[in-house]
Design a protein around this ligand. Structure first.
Ligand code: CA
Length: 365
């Protein structure tokens, strides 16, 4: 009897193929399914950081396309193209679009807890926020807050620490805030108002003319790169730096939950990993862009950059605590998010005094 090796091998292979053959069509079908989604943005086409450039909305779409081998295509629409700037939340909720790219603090009128997933005054920096999001239950809470709306969310960008803003006159005391007409939106606006600031809410494009004409005395926008792009340094020379109001402003990727659940697991992983990449890459871009812009503002454009006085920061902190205490008293879900955020922040701040802050103050400075 001869051992027919050739026949054995071919039979073995055939058996293998037959076994694989049962599963192959299912795998092939899942992996060949393609999806074309729409994503709206709260920012206009061409906006650096938000819409174009490393880690932006269009970059996110490109990464998802590349990582999925073209199986998930995201069509990106700037503010006003499909829906107005601040209607992305409702569009995703209704399923008109599958995704929206914005900041969750635009939705505080719908659910106040959304504030914590963008930035709270005197809150955490980029590193602390990421610790809370990815390992401290932050993203889970974000999804809990959006559960009643049928949506899921994740961080997909970060500006890093923002600047207090531009002032025609230097702020030296708390009394200097009284009657000051300042462009400042959101929660920080409430805090300033409590200290006597006449708060104005203007869209980005209207800040420069208002500041130049003296309709306002001061204005907050983002940071050196974005502020210089609006020309704010030509209308006011004092640049107060301490970004107490937005210590690390997070961009939000909002996804319709029903659409999310229809995505195969591997494509869900693609979206999550592309968003995490944009979270880091966009922040890195901001560090480079702001370093360059700050140097130009100080060296070439006669800008005087300095932090707010300690007494002013102390007063802002006390008012922030009051505003947040009122918000958590009104809404148990906000309290739940606040408690998680603040507990994480307290521990992170203690650790940071030994790590990042110690390094910055003792070594890097
Ligand atoms: Ca801002």
């Amino acid at each position: 009897m001869t051992f027919d090796r050739r026949r054995f091998v071919s039979r073995g292979l055939a058996a293998g193929v037959a076994t694989a053959g049962l599963a192959a069509p299912l795998v092939a079908r899942a992996q060949s399914a393609t999806f074309t989604w729409k994503m709206t943005s709260a920012y206009p086409k061409g906006s650096p950081f938000y819409f174009d450039g490393p880690g932006s909305a269009t970059d996110l779409a490109k990464r998802i396309d590349a990582m999925s081998g073209g199986r998930l295509k995201i069509q990106v629409f700037g503010a006003g193209e499909l829906v107005p700037a601040f209607e992305g939340f409702d569009a995703v909720r209704a399923g008109t679009v599958e995704m929206n790219h914005a900041n969750s603090y635009f939705w505080t009128g719908k659910t106040f807890a959304a504030q914590y997933f963008t930035a709270v005054p005197f809150g955490m920096n980029f590193q602390g926020m990421n610790g809370w999001f990815y390992d401290g239950g932050g993203i889970d809470l974000w999804n809990e807050v959006y559960e009643p709306f049928g949506m899921v969310a994740m961080p997909c960008g970060n500006t890093g620490v923002q600047m207090t803003g531009w002032f025609k006159k230097e702020i030296k005391t708390v009394a200097d805030l009284k009657g000051l007409k300042m462009r400042i939106p959101g929660l920080a606006g409430k805090v300033y108002a409590a200290l006597g600031v006449d708060v104005k809410v203007l869209p980005g494009g209207e800040i420069f003319p208002a500041l130049e004409r003296g309709v306002i005395d001061a204005a907050e926008f983002v940071g050196p790169f974005q502020d210089r792009r609006l020309g704010l340094q030509k209308a006011a020379k004092f640049y107060h730096t301490t970004g107490w109001h937005e210590p690390a402003t997070v961009s939000e990727l909002l996804v319709n939950k029903a659409a999310w659940q229809k995505l195969p697991k591997d494509l869900q992983a693609v979206v999550e990993n592309a968003a995490a990449a944009c979270n880091v890459i966009s922040e890195g871009w901001c560090q480079k862009a702001n370093s360059d812009a700050m140097e130009d503002l100080i060296n070439n454009q006669k800008v005087i950059a300095k932090p707010l006085p300690d007494a002013v920061i102390k007063a802002l902190r006390a008012e922030t605590d009051k505003v947040l205490a009122e918000a958590i008293a009104k809404d148990p879900l906000t309290k739940k998010v606040h408690d998680s955020y603040k507990a994480f922040q307290a521990k992170y701040n203690r650790w940071s005094t030994y790590s990042e802050t110690a390094y910055h103050n003792k070594v890097q400075a």
